[in-house]
Design a protein around this ligand. Structure first.
Ligand code: G4P
Length: 314
């Protein structure tokens, strides 16, 4: 069972974003550096197609630096797109953003006509943390200005760069099953929408493949090569999660430990997806959707044929 999560009103958010982007020159999309593609909201890319875009791979302190470098290069290879990696320990995040904005839109922005930048991202990527750290006393409420919602928060990054927050919530749209699991592992999916054991097993399957050393260092599992995800989860349960009466492993507790350790970075700096992998997952998800549609259509035709046959018999 993949993660099914549709918590928000996408159409409302879409309309708000469309309105918001009217007077905007640059769109900053914040992503989780451990799962940049899964934490992207495809609606943003769709609506902001013609805008200059900056991808901020946030929480880089938790992500595998080598994989983050691959993602940065990948984003930068797209026209009109630049990318930076950031985390909450950054001493001058506004400086990094200013540089990124000036690089992305050189020759734009003056005191008379400042560069207008909007920052968006799904919940939990660290948008509030970043905005709080850069805002200080530079927050101003907007007045009557074309394309800008009255009363909205505006942060003056410099005299020439205005940064706006997006109104409303931009929830993730889960189109790729692995993306759902990665979002759930990162903590971006409501707890009641996921089965922790299932998410922990998916996470472990990925970590066994790429980060066996880190897993062993954290849980002292020994020779992980050849072990299945559920075997590793049982080992972790035996070592850390406590046992249930009757000598059974407390799998729920073990799953919670694995997820908490991943989220806090206790296993080290780990990333859950690479660009090529994401492309393959996306392709498989599209093919599965086409097959599902074909099966649905075949079932509908069969139903119609049965009804027609029954009518003929009468
Ligand atoms: P949001 O507005 O996008 O929803 O995200 P928010 O800033 O609320 O951040 C979500 C969680 O991520 C917070 O943790 C926050 O501290 C953490 N976070 C934000 N930026 C970074 C970062 O660069 N690195 C790391 N490691 N963590 C980051 P929390 O546990 O939900 O809250 P709290 O414990 O900070 O109160």
């Amino acid at each position: 069972m993949a993660i099914q999560w549709f918590p928000g009103h996408m159409n409302k958010a879409k309309k708000e974003l469309q309105e918001r982007l009217g007077g905007i020159d640059v769109v900053i999309e914040m992503l989780d550096a451990r799962l940049p593609a899964s934490s992207a909201n495809p609606m943003i890319a769709q609506i902001a197609k013609r805008k200059t875009s900056i991808k901020v791979l946030n929480k880089q302190d938790l992500a595998d630096p080598a994989v983050t470098a691959i993602w940065l290069n990948w984003y930068r290879s797209h026209p009109g797109t630049s990318a930076i990696a950031l985390d909450a320990s950054e001493k001058s995040p506004s400086q990094r953003l200013i540089e990124a904005c000036l690089d992305a839109a050189p020759n734009r922005g003056s005191v008379d006509k400042p560069l207008r930048v909007v920052i968006c991202g799904i919940p939990n990527v660290g948008k509030s943390t970043l905005i709080n750290s850069i805002s200080g006393r530079r927050i101003a409420k907007t007045g009557n200005e074309p394309g800008i919602t009255k009363g909205q928060q505006r942060i003056m990054l410099t005299d020439e760069i205005e940064l706006f927050d997006t109104p409303g919530m931009l929830w993730p749209k889960i189109m790729v099953p692995q993306g759902g699991y990665n979002l759930a592992a990162s903590g971006a999916v409501g707890r009641n929408a996921m089965d922790e054991e299932e998410v922990a097993l998916e996470l472990l399957a990925y970590l066994i493949r790429y980060y066996a050393r880190e897993l062993d260092a954290r849980y002292n599992i020994g020779d992980i090569a050849g072990m299945q995800d559920w075997q590793v989860l049982e080992q972790i349960g035996r070592k850390r999660g406590g046992m249930l009466p009757g000598g059974r492993v407390n799998i729920q507790k073990a799953s919670e430990i694995v997820l908490a350790d991943f989220r806090s970075g206790a296993m080290g700096r780990l990333s859950l997806e690479r660009p090529d992998e994401w492309k393959a997952w996306e392709k498989a998800a599209k093919e599965a959707a086409v097959i599902r549609l074909a099966e649905k259509e075949a079932a509908r035709l069969e139903r119609e044929a049965r009804v027609a046959k029954a009518a003929k018999r009468r």
